[in-house]
Design a protein around this ligand. Structure first.
Ligand code: NAD
Length: 498
């Protein structure tokens, strides 16, 4: 008789999270398999029912407590962000504070936005009481990037939770520690059920989440991955929100505050090492203020330095493969007639890229057309703001944009084909919790933040309740010619005016 052999213990695949400044291993995380992801989604389904049953007030109270934990341990959170992304602590704090603002807003406003609302039933149906309410979808899968590992995923997670959904969250493989920190903090205040779960791994783990039968996928990351996710989600008709890349422009009008515009451009282009989805990548400047603007941008940019010491303005390029893209964009711009008035290909090191300002770059160069995601910016001279708008809009992307103009700010903002525009300040829309955030074209679709963000994670439920039997029955076979004649008369009175 042969003895039953014990099954070999499954060797779990793992991956390391690294400090991008030193390559030091910070921690090791499991690569979650398809089975792991499906188990998490099954648990989330049960948790979602419980979370929904708490109602708006119960959820708001728990979100408030989560926000409190994040706020009180802000320094700890910022350190985890700095370790994994390399960004300065002050920048980590800024994104975390904005994330906390979103938790506060979503918790406070969910009932008002998603609760029962009466709707007018109209004259023909005046015997009905019409209401709409927004019910949770169930389980939402959130897939996040690494560049703003607190602010960006919280933009989806917070709104999905406030709307009554359970969430399974896969952070970027570059920032699993930040993801774990956020989820652990939530589970401290909501220990009853796994309402917010973490899964870790690479693209395959993300793909498993897309195919795991969730009720919606909220994806933030590159356009290329967004397309793959949408194609995979189509198999099961799983709805998606896609928050993808950008090539955000700044427009500087002849009457602009040139000093403020230069300051905003420098911050928008170089902070976080240019790794900002709504970062400034292109600038179109009225010819009357162009030279002054370029001089100011160069002078301000000269003061900046990439590094990992406490005085550095911004940190390393988090994802090593991006270094090649940045170098290629600068080299291509210069080969095609552009000029580096600061930096250039020599500014691109192994980990750090020093500020690079490019002028006279042809509009069809990679540096103008593709997302660079590095500390570089192109500045182009335009004859008027119509040319600026046309050039700004001549892109497949459409995420954010900024306008500097004293008189024409609103007009120019409306004409820009982007989801958000800031006037006379850099990226201000991202800090206003009540404003929807999302793009058009290759930048994706769907909205996070604000009322639109809450509704993105809910389904409308329309209910018509008959209050009394109508004097004329429209939806009944015994309906007679007299009724039809009356309806014809009524519609003529209501809608027949020339
Ligand atoms: P990425 O597309 O490489 O990865 C994003 C996430 O998708 C990661 O968690 C990754 O593991 C996962 N993933 C990869 N392949 C997958 C697949 N086939 N199925 C499911 N998941 C998969 O992007 P990134 O490099 O982490 O982030 C940078 C990009 O994100 C930039 O393009 C930036 O503009 C964009 N971004 C956009 C916003 C926005 O709000 N629009 C915000 C931040 C960043």
């Amino acid at each position: 008789m042969t003895a039953v052999q014990p099954k070999p213990a499954t060797v779990r695949e793992t991956f390391d999270s690294l400090d991008p400044a030193t390559d030091e291993v910070l921690a090791t995380y499991p690569v979650h398999t398809r089975e792991d992801v499906e188990a998490a989604v099954a648990q989330a389904r049960d948790a979602a029912l419980w979370w929904d049953s708490l109602g708006f007030a119960g959820r708001a109270e728990r979100l408030r407590r989560w926000k409190g934990v994040l706020t009180r341990r802000l320094a700890q959170l910022c350190q985890v962000v700095r370790d994994e992304t390399g960004k300065p602590i002050a920048d980590a704090q800024l994104e975390s504070v904005l994330g906390i603002e979103h938790i506060a807003w979503a918790g406070r406003n969910a009932r008002k936005v998603l609760g029962k609302q009466r709707r007018p039933a109209g004259l023909l149906m005046s015997n009905q009481a019409a209401t709409v309410e927004y019910q949770p979808l169930g389980v939402v899968g959130v897939i996040g990037p690494w560049n703003y590992p607190v602010f960006t995923p919280l933009g989806s997670i917070t709104y999905a939770l406030a709307a009554g959904n359970a969430v399974v969250f896969k952070p970027s493989e570059y920032t699993p520690g930040v993801g774990r920190w956020l989820v652990d903090a939530f589970n401290e205040v909501v220990p009853e059920k796994p309402v917010l779960q973490l899964i870790t791994g690479f693209g395959e783990t993300g793909a498993a989440l897309v195919g795991a039968g969730v009720d919606k996928i909220a994806f933030t990351g590159s356009t290329a991955t967004g397309k793959k996710i949408m194609a995979a989600a189509a198999e099961t008709l799983t709805p998606v929100v896609i928050e993808a890349g950008g090539k955000d422009p700044v427009l500087v009008d002849e009457d602009a505050d040139v000093e403020a515009a230069a300051d905003a451009t420098v911050w928008g282009a170089f902070s976080n090492s240019g790794q900002t989805c709504v970062g400034v990548e292109r600038v179109y400047v009225h010819e009357r203020v162009h030279d002054e603007f370029v001089a100011k941008v160069v002078a301000k940019s000269r003061e900046l330095r990439a590094g990992s010491d406490a005085e550095a303005s911004y940190g390393p390029v988090t994802m090593p493969s991006q270094i090649g893209v940045i170098r290629r964009h600068i080299a291509d711009a210069i080969a095609r007639g552009g000029r580096a008035v600061l930096g250039g290909t020599d500014a691109v090191g192994d980990r750090y890229v020093q500020p690079t300002v490019l002028v006279e770059v042809p509009e069809d160069a990679d540096a103008v057309r593709e997302e660079t995601f590095g500390p570089t910016v192109t500045i182009a001279k335009v004859a008027d703001m119509d040319e600026a708008v046309a050039k700004a809009n001549d892109t497949s992307y459409g995420l954010g944009s900024t306008v500097f103009s004293k008189r024409r700010g609103m007009e120019l903002a409306r004409r820009l084909r982007t989801g958000m525009t800031a006037i006379n300040a850099p990226l201000s829309f991202a800090g206003i919790a009540s404003l929807p955030f999302g793009g058009v074209g290759d930048s994706g679709f769907g909205r996070i933040h604000g009322q639109e963000g809450l509704r993105e994670f809910a389904r409308s439920k329309a209910i018509a309740r008959q209050r009394f039997t109508p004097p004329i029955a429209l939806t009944s076979f015994p309906r007679n010619e007299k009724t039809d004649a009356l309806v014809a008369k009524l519609v003529t009175v209501l809608h027949g005016k020339r």
